[in-house]
Design a protein around this ligand. Structure first.
Ligand code: PLP
Length: 409
């Protein structure tokens, strides 16, 4: 008799986006003449930039000719891409990361989830609340937790509340974790961590022999000076941190798929006898067994963002989204909302008024302004009373949406 992995039964149903979809469909059916503007899901809206498209086409053309055709590529990614990333994303910024510490993949979603597999189930995991739901769900799938409790927290996970009271940066937990998920710029709060705040975490991880799983999917949106784009800007981080980066939000690759995971050579984890093992070696073993690489044209397209032209084009798109975020922040603040994020991130995090719940605010915004955002409580119980607006939208829609917001009661 086939047996299932019962950890999957502990997972709460994927409630957030289906529920949003259900309420939006219901509204549209009842109000067919209303134009609903969607600023809910964090997917990009602007097309791939010309340099990327050109390189993508060239990659396809190479696959079409016998002399340049490529079959399986290296599981870790082509050297040309790994070297370009090492040089432009790290070394040029004074960070000592080499190409052999970089693994190219088809997404940070997969990598932040799959990484759990190389760590034993006796690890204690610390996760921010609210945050990108993949960390908690994949922790459950891997068998490191008990069941889901009434407040939406899984037994066995150390939750670290991120609220306006702590500036959306978690305090060091009282129970010691072995693996710590951090995500800055943050989804959903759109907030960033300063050097001092990240140093606190790196020092803590060194002291506790813990590993930080640092999701920097939105690093390209950091525009203010002094905010670290990489955890490796912090001294000692190479000993204790894995960094995830993605081309998805950086360069509109959500439908094209390319990301990287950085595992420094000196990062180790321990077996039950206390013997240290290179984490990179385990991840390499995992990837070469279960993953066959990202397609050649996609890697060529990804490398194009490091050319002079490509870099400029990509920065323009990011500036466009950030201008959207600015318009949203200012419009919401003008009508008296407390607004967070949206300066170094594509998400604007809004506190509802009069202690309204996130879902009540969702209904209000949908009914009164015909706008769709994301209820903060969907990212974790500490997100209750907050609401996320995504700046990944067309300018025209943002302007119209904010005009409508002004009339919110
Ligand atoms: N990490 C965070 C924090 C995200 O918000 C997202 C997507 O929304 C991802 C990772 C997924 O990245 P990818 O498209 O590379 O799988």
């Amino acid at each position: 008799m086939a047996k299932i992995n019962e950890n999957y039964l502990k997972l709460q149903a994927g409630y957030l986006f289906p529920e949003i979809g259900r309420r939006v469909s219901e509204f549209i059916d009842a109000n067919p003449d209303k134009k609903v503007i969607k600023m809910g899901i964090g997917d990009v809206t602007q097309p791939l930039v010309p340099s990327v498209v050109k390189a993508f086409h060239e990659g396809v053309d190479e696959m079409a000719k016998g002399e340049t055709f490529k079959g399986y590529g290296p599981e870790q990614g082509y050297a040309f891409l790994r070297e370009a990333i090492a040089k432009h994303s790290y070394q040029e910024k004074g960070i000592d990361i080499s190409a052999d510490e970089i693994f190219v993949s088809d997404g940070s979603k997969c990598d932040t989830g799959n990484i759990q597999e190389i760590f034993g189930n006796d690890n204690k995991i610390a996760i921010c609340d609210p945050v990108y739901p993949v960390y908690a769900d994949t922790t459950v799938m891997s068998g490191k937790t008990g069941t889901c409790q009434a407040n939406g927290h899984y037994e066995g996970i150390i939750y670290m509340p991120c609220t306006k009271e702590n500036g959306f940066i978690p305090e060091l937990p009282t129970e010691t974790p072995d693996l710590i998920f951090l995500c800055y710029p943050n989804n959903p709060t759109g907030t960033v961590a300063s050097k001092e705040e990240l140093k606190k975490w790196v020092d803590y991880a060194i002291e506790k022999n813990a590993i930080i799983l640092y999701d920097a999917a939105y690093e390209a949106f950091i525009t203010e000076d002094g905010i670290p784009r990489s955890i490796y800007e912090i001294e000692g981080a190479k000993k204790v941190a894995i960094e995830f980066r993605s081309f998805s939000k950086t360069a509109g690759f959500t439908g094209t798929r390319c990301a990287i995971t950085v595992i420094p050579n000196e990062l180790v984890a321990y077996d039950s006898e206390g013997q240290a093992h290179q984490v990179k070696k385990l991840w390499n073993r995992r990837q070469s067994t279960k993953f066959n690489g990202v397609s050649y044209p996609v890697q060529k397209a990804a490398a194009a963002i490091f050319t002079e032209e490509g870099k400029k084009e990509v920065e323009e798109v990011i500036a466009y989204y950030l201008e959207n975020a600015k318009i949203m922040r200012e419009s919401l603040a003008e009508i008296g909302y407390e607004v967070y994020g949206g300066v170094n991130a594509p998400y604007v995090w809004v506190k509802t008024k009069n202690n309204m719940t996130s879902w009540d605010f969702f209904d209000k915004v949908l009914n009164e302004a015909n706008l769709v955002g994301t209820p903060g409580s969907g990212f974790g119980p500490a997100g209750e009373g907050y609401f996320r607006f995504s700046a990944f939208a067309d300018r025209e829609n943002v302007l119209e949406a904010m005009e409508r917001v002004k009339n919110l009661s």
